[in-house]
Design a protein around this ligand. Structure first.
Ligand code: ADP
Ligand code: MG
Length: 320
C-alpha cells in the first residue's frame, strides 16, 4: 500500500501544527498524508472547501464546483441520497460524477485528517481518492480522478469530495440483468475476464458487486467505487478465489444457479488459468461463495501477506 507508515507525530513539521489559517499562505497543514497524491494537483479553496484539481481541468472545474456548492439540491443524483452522503452528476464541457461524504464520527474525522491508520474503506472518499490515484495510473478499468476536496478544522475532517469522469451510455451489470436476465451467462464470462484483467493490472477491487461494474454500449466493462481496494496482488490464485467466490455471493446468485456459476468458473479457469494452484484457489473460492466475510477481514487478507497466510491456514483446516 502507498500509505505513509511513519508514526503520525513525525509527519508534521512545527509549522504545520499551527493554526489552519496557514493554509492561506500556502503552507497547507491539512491532510499532509496525501502529499504524494496532491503534489501535482492545483490547490484551490472554494466556499471553505480545499480542492485539489487535475491542472488540465481546473478552469472547467472551478466554476462547476462553485455552482454546485451554492445549490447542491439542484443537481441530479446518481444514487439514492443519504443524510451524510450523495453522488451527483455535474455537467460542464463534459460530464462528471461528484461524490460527497460527511464524516460524523470524531474517530473517523481524526483518522482521515491525519492518515492515522489504514482504513477499511467504508463510506470513505479519502481512501477512494488514494486508491484511484494509484490504480488509474496503471489500469484503464477505473475512472480518472479530476478533483479531491475536503473541509475540516485541524485535526478533524468533516467533509470529503471526489470528482471522477462520468461514463455516459453505461448501465450497471445489475440493471442490465434485471432487464435482460437471459444475458447472465454471457455477461458472467466477460466479468471473469474483467477480473483477470484486474489482476494483470495488479490491483484487487474489494467490492466487485454487480452495481460497481458498468457495461458500455459496446459491451466493454468498467469498474467504479474504489473505496476499498488493494494496490497490488499478493497472490493471484488467492485473489481469483476471492473475486470469483465473492461475486457469486454479492450477488450474482440472484441471476444464476450455483451449479451453473461453478460450471462457468471451471470453464474460465481451464481456458485462462491452466497453471492455477487449486490448493490455494479452491478453499478461498468456497469460503467467499458460501459465507459472508467482513470488510475488515477482506482488507487485511488482501493487503497483508501474513494475514493472508493465517486465513489460508484457517480455511484449509476447517475444510479438512
Ligand atoms: N464513473 C462513473 N460513470 C458513470 N456512472 C457512475 C460513475 N461513478 C458512479 N456512477 C453512478 O453512481 C452510482 C454511485 O456511485 P458509487 O461510486 O458506486 O457510489 P457508492 O459508494 O455510493 O456506492 C453508481 O451506482 C453509478 O450508477
Ligand atoms: Mg457503489
Amino acid at each position: 500500500m502507498n500509505y505513509d507508515a511513519r508514526p503520525f507525530s513525525s509527519r508534521f513539521s512545527a509549522g504545520s501544527q499551527r493554526h489552519p489559517s496557514f493554509a492561506i499562505q500556502g503552507q497547507d497543514p491539512c491532510m499532509l498524508h496525501l502529499r504524494s497524491f496532491t503534489r501535482t494537483l492545483h490547490r484551490q479553496q472554494i466556499d471553505g472547501v480545499t480542492f485539489h484539481f487535475d491542472p488540465s481541468h481546473r478552469h472547467e472545474l472551478d466554476p462547476l464546483l462553485r455552482r454546485f456548492l451554492a445549490k447542491p439540491e439542484q443537481y441530479p443524483t446518481l444514487d439514492i441520497p443519504e443524510d451524510t452522503r450523495g453522488v451527483f452528476l455535474l455537467e460542464g464541457e463534459r460530464q462528471w460524477v461528484l461524490k460527497r461524504n460527511r464524516l460524523t464520527h470524531w474517530k473517523k474525522q481524526l483518522q482521515n485528517f491525519l492518515g492515522l491508520k489504514r482504513s477499511f474503506g467504508l463510506h470513505d472518499l479519502t481512501n477512494e481518492f488514494i486508491n484511484l490515484s494509484v490504480v488509474s495510473g496503471k489500469s484503464a478499468l477505473s475512472p480518472q480522478v479530476s478533483a479531491f476536496g475536503y473541509k475540516g478544522r485541524f485535526p478533524f475532517l468533516r467533509e470529503e469530495y471526489l470528482l471522477v469522469g462520468f461514463w455516459a451510455d453505461h448501465c450497471s451489470v445489475d440493471e442490465r440483468l434485471l432487464a435482460h436476465p437471459e444475458q447472465a451467462e454471457t455477461l458472467l464470462s466477460a466479468i471473469f475476464r474483467l477480473f483477470g484483467q484486474m489482476l494483470d493490472d495488479d490491483f484487487v477491487h474489494m467490492d466487485p458487486h454487480p452495481k460497481n461494474i458498468l457495461v458500455a454500449a459496446d459491451g466493454r466493462l468498467r469498474l467504479i467505487d474504489f473505496e476499498c481496494c488493494a494496490h497490488s496482488v499478493l497472490d493471484r490464485d488467492f485473489s481469483l478465489g476471492f473475486l470469483l467466490g465473492y461475486f457469486y455471493r454479492f450477488w450474482f446468485r440472484r441471476f444464476i444457479s450455483q451449479q451453473d456459476y461453478d460450471r462457468l468458473c471451471e470453464a474460465y479457469l481451464n481456458a485462462e488459468h491452466p497453471n492455477l494452484d487449486r490448493t490455494v484457489f479452491q478453499p478461498v473460492y468456497q469460503r467467499f461463495r458460501d459465507q459472508n466475510v467482513s470488510r475488515s477481514t477482506r482488507y487485511r487478507i488482501l493487503t497483508c501477506a501474513r494475514a493472508q497466510a493465517a486465513f489460508q491456514r484457517e480455511i484449509s483446516g476447517s475444510q479438512g
